[in-house]
Design a protein around this ligand. Structure first.
Ligand SMILES: [Zn+2]
Length: 95
């Protein structure tokens, strides 16, 4: 069983496209993994070399779990910060 909280992305494994070839090698970017990166992702917050992430099937599953968890947390945070209309029964009504 894999622990999804241990996925570490190694930025040095980002695909390098020097323009010399139409083919770009993209290995799984999980730290310590030497598999081919079958699955590519474009994270919304990615910049430069990390605007593309590549993972093997194992690390793809980990990445998706972490991404979904982060999205849920962001959604929950949004909801918590939204003003909520609370009816106050102690407040006097009109005569
Ligand atoms: Zn991998």
């Amino acid at each position: 069983m894999t622990d999804s909280s241990t996925l570490k992305i190694d930025p040095s494994k980002a695909p390098k496209d020097d323009g010399s070839s139409p083919h770009v090698e993209h290995w799984c970017m999980a730290q310590g993994c030497s598999s081919w990166g079958d699955f590519g992702f474009m994270p919304a917050s990615g910049k430069g070399a990390l605007s593309q992430l590549w993972f093997c099937s194992t690390h793809r599953a980990q990445y998706l779990q972490l991404r979904d968890r982060a999205r849920e947390q962001a959604k929950a945070k949004d909801a918590a910060e939204r003003p909520v209309l609370v009816e106050n029964p102690e407040q006097g009504g009109l005569f």
